[in-house]
Design a protein around this ligand. Sequence first.
Ligand SMILES: Nc1ncnc2c1ncn2[C@@H]1O[C@H](COP(=O)(O)OP(=O)(O)O)[C@@H](O)[C@H]1O
Ligand SMILES: [Mg+2]
Length: 307
Amino acid sequence: MPAIETTRLSKWYGVHRGIEDISLSVESGEVYGFLGPNGAGKTTLIRTLLDFLHPTAGSATVLGLDSHRDRIEIRRRIGNLAGDFSYDPKRTGRELLSLIARLRGVTDMAYAETLAERFNADLDRPLGQLSRGNRQKIGLLQALFHKPDLLILDEPTGGLDPLMQEEFMVVVSERRERGCTVFISSHELDEVQRMCDRAGIIRDGRLIAVEDIGELMKKSDRRVSFKLADPVIDPGEFRELEGVEDFTADGPEVSFTHRGRIDPVIKRLARHTVLELDLTHPSIEELFLAYYVDDPAGSDGDGEVPR
Ligand SMILES: Nc1ncnc2c1ncn2[C@@H]1O[C@H](COP(=O)(O)OP(=O)(O)O)[C@@H](O)[C@H]1O
Ligand SMILES: [Mg+2]
């Protein structure tokens, strides 16, 4: 049973399109990135899933439950962080958490305390006095502290500093190891690449592609560059390896793009004294850029921008 399934889900705001005809399926246990630029429809889909918005057409299930009929049970069983995490500004984080704990029937606050420490969250100041990033931490805590089977997070790292973003990614991978399914919207490709197993790409309210991140990275070229202790006497030694392209050698410094098994490259390198070695994949940004840029009018079709 998929953790989330939508069938031709559409939401129009009067004449304005929010999302249109979205059919997607999130497998139990996966981390699914819902990726798209601002205004693409990410928040609309999430709010519709949680029955904060009523679909104009189509339907959705969450943990096998009907998104509308079973909304109360769904909201109790999952962890959700809304894009516009709202709060009573006079309440402290601790007060908010204990209120939510009561609603969910949770008594054990140990994980909440652990997370608060890890995120360096201030539970004792009124939320209205916290900076955006520090409020976001409280938002994450309330989504996570009851260890739900499913997390639905709308741009969760917005406002977090880089150190806390890292910590958040660690927490997500820990939850995943415990079998938690994570649905996470983002407009940041890099974040999706690092956290997610699959990504659905949304643009102008439509799901335009679903990609397995690992497969995508495997298929993609890597950039290899290294520096040897001695100048390369026979550049062909590397240039002729299978999968090598865009080869350049400058004295002891060599770089090229490479596709395929890396092992032969490493074995060849091992004949030399290697001072430096860099292996980089193109960012997912480069791979997905095609989905973001508009299809140039009169494209010859090789651009393959999915519609
Ligand atoms: N309350 C609303 N009334 C009218 N249009 C809306 C409303 N909320 C969102 N939209 C429109 O729906 C589209 C998707 O918005 P949204 O789901 O917030 O995108 P995202 O979360 O990906 O940035 C946008 O074009 C936005 O202008
Ligand atoms: Mg949004």
